[in-house]
Design a protein around this ligand. Structure first.
Ligand code: UDP
Length: 480
């Protein structure tokens, strides 16, 4: 009861993630951060996801962290989804997305019952749960948003939404400047998300709801650190009026994540131990992208022609069903040079290894931040969501990577045709991995400096640690 809340009141946070790896992994790390500071932490989950989650948290709970799981039934069948589908990662076609969203929205009522019964002090909920702001408000509970991206991309998206600089551009491939930002940011119309260009689509409605809920929320928790994007943190606060706490890199609290690697970690590390420092390119396109076999063949050939040692992650769900994409004799020829990891790789460990000197990435924010934290320069190959904004951040603001030349934003995780040819792939890899060249040297120096800053940010006197402390203090004060 409010009147009984004393100075000693133990804060209780509800963490409500959506189940896509790129959102789940950092949110579990947020939960652990809160629990490590003595905050009672409850993660809201659905029945099947809760099983995996319980396994993931087993050791943390044994070690004394106060993290609990509260389960809400998931109405997959009610909305016309096959039984057992509870997460974005399980979706196999775009027409399932609105159904999944509907099911997620139907969680509101049971969620409100939990809020009413347990009255947590505050809520951190994923961006894709915009209705949680209103649900929490009913019980006077502040809601924080987790977008699973940086502040920069939020600023770019807002400028594009308001200013529509692409409107009078006739050519899809002609670049324009994104107005009113701290830096000169160039992009092309074909890289702009479709929902910003034409209104009325399912995605544009969802994004509008997310924006509105952000306006009404208490603030935003960001997987980043203040030395990484200070001008954009100011812009977010002063121009967009949104409070943000930069509390990352979240991967530093926890090198592993909830999914089991499909290869023994020590085998990968042993393979890397035999390679020269900075000689290996790591190629991965995240947890949900899907590429056609033709594109995978181009990647295989491009990597072979580059001559660089590589680790390449190819998930089964990334390929067409026949999985017949490797050129004849590829694996025999590449036995020494290349390691293909089928399914799930221990990404953070790989990036951290001294032999890894480059990262070809689809520009998911977790991946980029893990690359920065490990001090590895990048080749950017964005595909969907806010990945093109992230590319601009890497190449035009931080200047720690170069574009491979992806041109088209996709409204879904599946790439339909070959979008980047082998020549571009091999050229980009050869350029990044060559030991000489002033541009390369500068890039490596810059990313090494950022890596140092990232590691410093999470130490006791570091900026992320301090911002997190300030947040907890503010919440405690509001309970007095
Ligand atoms: N990841 C991993 N192994 C893999 C693929 C992905 O550990 O084989 C992790 C990666 O380290 C990152 C997350 O999954 O933390 C992917 O998030 P990101 O934002 O980069 O991309 P998304 O999957 O959301 O497109």
């Amino acid at each position: 009861m409010a009147s009984e809340i004393s100075h000693q009141h133990q804060l209780h946070v509800y963490i409500f993630p959506v189940t896509a790896q790129g959102h789940m992994i950092p949110m579990i790390n947020i939960a652990k951060l809160f629990a490590a500071r003595g905050v009672k932490t409850t993660i809201i989950s659905t029945p099947l996801n809760a099983i995996t989650l319980a396994k993931t948290l087993h050791h943390d709970r044994l070690s004394g962290l106060d993290i609990n799981i509260e389960t809400i039934p998931f109405p997959s069948v009610e909305v016309g989804l096959p039984e057992g589908i509870e997460s974005i990662n399980q979706i196999t076609s775009p027409d399932m997305i609105p159904k999944l969203f509907l099911a997620v929205t139907m969680l509101q009522q049971p969620f409100e019952k939990l809020l009413e019964k347990y009255r947590p002090d505050f809520l951190v909920a994923d961006m894709f749960l915009p209705w949680t702001t209103e649900a929490a408000e009913k019980f006077g509970i502040p809601r924080f948003i987790f977008h699973s991206t940086n502040i920069f991309s939020q600023c770019v998206a807002e400028s594009l939404r308001i200013n529509k600089p692409f409107e009078n551009i006739t050519s899809d491939k002609k670049s324009f400047l994104v107005p009113e930002l701290p830096d000169k940011i160039e992009m092309t119309k074909s890289q702009v998300p479709e929902y910003l260009i034409a209104s009325g689509s399912f995605l544009s409605t969802v994004m509008e709801k997310i924006r509105e809920s952000e306006q009404k929320s208490y603030g935003v928790l960001v997987n980043g650190f203040c030395e990484l994007e200070p001008a954009y943190a100011d812009h977010y606060k002063n121009v967009m009026g949104i409070r943000a706490w930069q509390i990352g890199p979240l991967s530093l609290g926890n090198a592993g994540n909830e999914k089991k690697s499909s290869i023994e970690e020590h085998n990968v590390l042993k393979w890397l131990d035999c390679k020269k420092p900075n000689s290996v390119i790591y190629v991965s396109f995240g947890s949900i992208s899907k590429l056609p076999n033709d594109q995978l063949t181009e990647i295989a050939t491009g990597l072979e022609e580059s001559g660089s040692p590589f680790i390449w992650v190819v998930r089964k769900s990334m390929t067409d069903t026949d999985e017949n994409y490797l050129p004849q004799g590829f694996e025999e020829r590449m036995e020494e040079k290349g390691l293909i990891i089928r399914e799930w790789a221990p990404q953070v460990l790989i990036l951290d290894h001294p032999a890894v000197g480059g990262f070809m990435t689809h520009c998911g924010w977790n991946s980029i931040l893990e690359g920065i934290t490990a001090g590895v320069p990048m080749i950017t190959w964005p595909m969907f969501a806010e990945q093109f904004y992230n590319e601009k951040f890497v190449t035009q603001v931080l200047k720690i990577g170069s574009q491979i030349g992806a041109e088209e934003w996709q409204d879904w995780v599946e790439t339909e045709n070959v979008s980047v040819k082998k020549e571009k792939i091999s050229k980009a890899v050869t350029r990044l991995m060559s030991e000489d060249g002033e541009e390369n040297e500068e890039m490596r120096k810059r990313v090494a400096e950022l890596s140092e800053k990232a590691k410093r940010a999470v130490r006791e006197d570091g900026s992320s640690h301090l911002q997190f402390t300030a947040l907890i203090e503010e919440l405690k004060m509001s309970k007095k």
